[in-house]
Ligand binder design. Sequence first.
Ligand code: ATP
Ligand code: MG
Length: 248
Amino acid sequence: MNHQKLELIYQGKAKDVYKTDDPEVVIVEFRDDITAGDGEKKDILINKGYYNSIISAKFFEILEASGIKTQYIELLEPGLMLSHRLEMIPLEVITRNIAAGSLLRKFPFHEKQEFTPPIIQMDYKSDEFHDPMINDDIALALGFATREELETIKKTTLKINQVIKDFLARKGIIFPDFKIEYGRNYKNEITLGDEISPDSCRFWDMKTCEVLDKDLFRKGESGVINAYQEVATRILDEEDKEKWNIKD
Ligand SMILES: Nc1ncnc2c1ncn2[C@@H]1O[C@H](COP(=O)(O)OP(=O)(O)OP(=O)(O)O)[C@@H](O)[C@H]1O
Ligand SMILES: [Mg+2]
């Protein structure tokens, strides 16, 4: 296969989606742009796209091996992910194992409160409406998904949480929460899309509780890219590291 970026289909805040010569296949380009606070805080972090694409590819590979349908086909090179084109569902599916972030501003949980079973929450992905929290009935009434699809999304999300949480625990990383997006592939099957990266997850060091994700940027702290690199270094095996030239 020799896929090349053709027409730009969509430009988001941190990634671009390009057509390829195969109508069912796109190239997702991970850019170095980073945003927070509804797009109000913006910057460019050299190599962020590089690390996020490698980290996402690794997670997608692990999930595929666990029988979860994802967009992932191949990382063409760091930054460029060959992916199945999905008709995206405008829901941000958030899973929480430990209370952090916006949940603490909205509800009287205490910081680092643990959730067993995990909490799954969905937001309507909309810049215009500022991603409000949504429930099944509203999502159904808006025609975003069927009841069966919502059930599949929730079941799949719990499995994704378990697979990644267990994998990260072996790498000395705690997985407090993450946000994923689903779409439908050409067979109309619910498929995991987008990314799983330090932009879309919380990662904490198991020993020190050091933050290894976008919260550093949100709080204006330094060492953001070093944290992303640390996640990549911990989760990749030696073969991946050699392939993508990542040094410990
Ligand atoms: N496999 C896929 N096929 C088609 N579109 C996809 C696929 N995976 C992700 N997308 C969409 O591509 C876009 C990715 O861009 P990006 O994440 O930068 O934008 P955004 O979601 O608009 O911004 P933000 O995530 O910062 O709110 C999103 O709209 C996402 O839903
Ligand atoms: Mg996005």
